[in-house]
Design a protein around this ligand. Sequence first.
Ligand SMILES: C[S@@+](CC[C@H](N)C(=O)[O-])C[C@H]1O[C@@H](n2cnc3c(N)ncnc32)[C@H](O)[C@@H]1O
Length: 434
Amino acid sequence: MRLGGRLAAAIEVLGDVEARRRPVADALKDWGLSHRFAGSGDRAAIGNVVYDALRRKRSYGFRMGDESAAALGFAAVIDGLGMAPEALAAALAGDRFAPEMPAPERLAGFLAEDLAAAPAAVAADVPDWIGERLEASLGLAWVEEAQALAMRPPLDLRANTLKAGRDKVVKALAPFGAEPAGLAPDGIRIAAIAGEGRHPNVQAEAGFQKGWFEVQDEGSQLAALLAGAAPGEQVLDLCAGAGGKTLALSAAMENTGQVHASDADRQRLAPIHERLKRAGCRNVQVRDPREDLAGLFGQMDLVFVDAPCTGSGTWRRRPDAKWRLAETALAKRLEEQDAVLDRAARFVRPGGRLAYVTCSLFHEENAERVAAFLARHADKGFAVADAGARWNALLPQADGRCRIDALGGGSVLAMTPRLTGTDGFFFAALERAR
Ligand SMILES: C[S@@+](CC[C@H](N)C(=O)[O-])C[C@H]1O[C@@H](n2cnc3c(N)ncnc32)[C@H](O)[C@@H]1O
């Protein structure tokens, strides 16, 4: 396919996402199924335009003076591919599949428009109600934070130390530009793609099949690291899902002790079996959601709660989600977070700890949930640990990067694309008195 056909396809997919308010991944998949002639390079290029347009949907619409799918598609090509309108017009000339170019004054306006004059939520590329929440959560720099959340993400991997050290993985993936990540000790990063490129399919590599590494955002790796799961401990991963953090906890424990991996949803838990096998994790017991875990009450050294959340910290990777998120969904997540924290508390042994993690940037889902938990369990002897001090001790090279907020005598922390170059993550640890 030539550029014109790819752009027309991207506009079609953007229209579908908008009209049906459906996940972009589903819309792209359906387009691929009904256009089997398109090769993998075409699909990647179309995906880039669609994702870029969704990351910057509001500011592109503002700068174009037009929020239609076509305007967004053209904006993404000009901005994301760095193509001047004249070069774009030349590339589309004579291509019968190409969409019609926007009027020259629209394109001139797009290039000239200064976002300084735009409302903050437009410059931040979020709906108004989310802008208000980000401002309350992140303070003065919230627009810059949201703009960093609208950038293309890198591809992060974690070396599985049960099978391979980081150097070995970096070497194996050197042809793809893999480098040691800046913060996570086992992290490996392949930089965000530029222009029309695409990330390599690392899962097709022999090293992946052998279990040498996992695909995992560096922020997720750091959240697992901060929990401090130690060899020989008894750990309950209460919201294990597909097991991203379970695998990291198992490796940190050097395949000793025991990780009980549980989730309320069997479907989400299903992929964990295959992943554990490939990664060589022998200290993980997967617990069926129907299983009674009462035998673990008061027994765990660490209960890890990777809570269900809005996922607002992951919008670089899932930009469609920020336009679909409803206030009612946020309210529901808060209830679930309270419920799962209450449940988690029962498993912590005296002297043990409870780690609370979300991939959200909203204060309500983060520090507010921890404060509400403390208020509900004032008599149970839980206190907030000093997560900020732990961060500084584990990651001296991070030079205090990340947001640290005092809470209940300790501190909680947040990673953000702007501060840590990771997805947005929140981490708090609660210690139960002996
Ligand atoms: C953020 S995801 C977990 C991601 C996973 N830990 C990982 O690293 O790949 C949150 C998970 O919490 C689960 N969940 C929601 N409510 C729950 C509850 N009350 N108890 C246990 N799991 C719950 C969801 O099914 C979902 O899989």
